[in-house]
Design a binder for this molecule. Structure first.
Ligand SMILES: CC(C)(COP(=O)(O)OP(=O)(O)OC[C@H]1O[C@@H](n2cnc3c(N)ncnc32)[C@H](O)[C@@H]1OP(=O)(O)O)[C@@H](O)C(=O)NCCC(=O)NCCS
Length: 199
């Protein structure tokens, strides 16, 4: 699928080598060893989003997912109507995690880190906050979905102990009302991978 078919090409990811921001289609995967330096970065604060932060959060999701409605677990979820945790760095919203309760699980509907703050611990802190919230609410597990092309997302969740429990083939085709978006490295986003972490 050609990225030229899409009018907006927001930056989503930050290059681990040169630091440049890029969109999904432009991104490539590279395996590295443990040579990456650990950077001393400002602390990450996580908490519930305030009403005043609502727009910044939606802008972040819009930038990362190309829309504020997300197809996940058989539903199309409107990100304006779900609970959201934010990560704050240097006084600004650096990342956000939208969630809802689904039976005995906390369902992570969307998670995004501003490209400026990727690989600074923001995503990891947001996941930890969501896991603490699930425990406090007496839930048994967390669930999340990622499309087949989202290799950084699949890496990230598995690094944090999430297991793939189901693959829904051709899930994207079940939502023709959502405009198709370019995939990571131009891999077509077709299938939905469901992951879970038991608490
Ligand atoms: C996937 C995503 C949420 C990860 O967020 P993130 O904020 O970059 O995540 P973290 O910073 O916690 O961890 C990323 C890496 O940075 C490393 N890192 C964290 N702090 C660091 C520091 N101070 N110095 C060096 N490296 C650091 C982590 O160890 C991790 O690498 P590793 O797993 O290889 O060890 C982010 O890439 C993103 O927004 N992607 C686009 C949207 C998306 O795919 N969302 C998920 C599907 S819904």
């Amino acid at each position: 699928m050609s990225p030229m078919a899409f009018s907006a090409r927001p930056t989503v990811l930050r290059c681990g080598r040169c630091g440049r921001f890029m969109d999904w289609a432009e991104a490539r995967l590279q395996v590295v060893c443990g040579c990456r330096p650990h950077l001393d970065l400002p602390p990450v604060l996580t908490r519930e989003a305030t009403p005043a932060e609502r727009q910044a959060v939606l802008d972040l999701f819009e930038q990362d997912f190309g829309r504020t409605r997300v197809a996940t677990h058989g539903d199309v979820v409107d990100l304006t109507s779900v609970e959201t945790l934010v990560a704050e760095m240097e006084g600004a919203v650096a990342g956000a995690l939208a969630w809802r309760q689904m039976g005995d699980a906390l369902h992570i509907v969307a998670l995004a880190t501003d490209p400026m703050w990727q690989r600074a611990g923001v995503g990891g802190h947001l996941l930890a906050e969501a896991e603490a919230l699930a425990r406090k609410s007496g839930l048994a597990r967390l669930v999340v979905t990622a499309s087949n092309d989202n290799l950084p997302g699949l890496y990230f969740y598995q690094r944090h102990g999430y297991r793939i429990v189901e693959v829904v083939r051709d899930a994207a085709a079940q939502h023709p009302e959502l405009r198709p978006l370019p995939g990571f490295a131009d891999i077509p986003p077709l299938d939905e991978l469901r992951l879970e972490k038991r608490l």
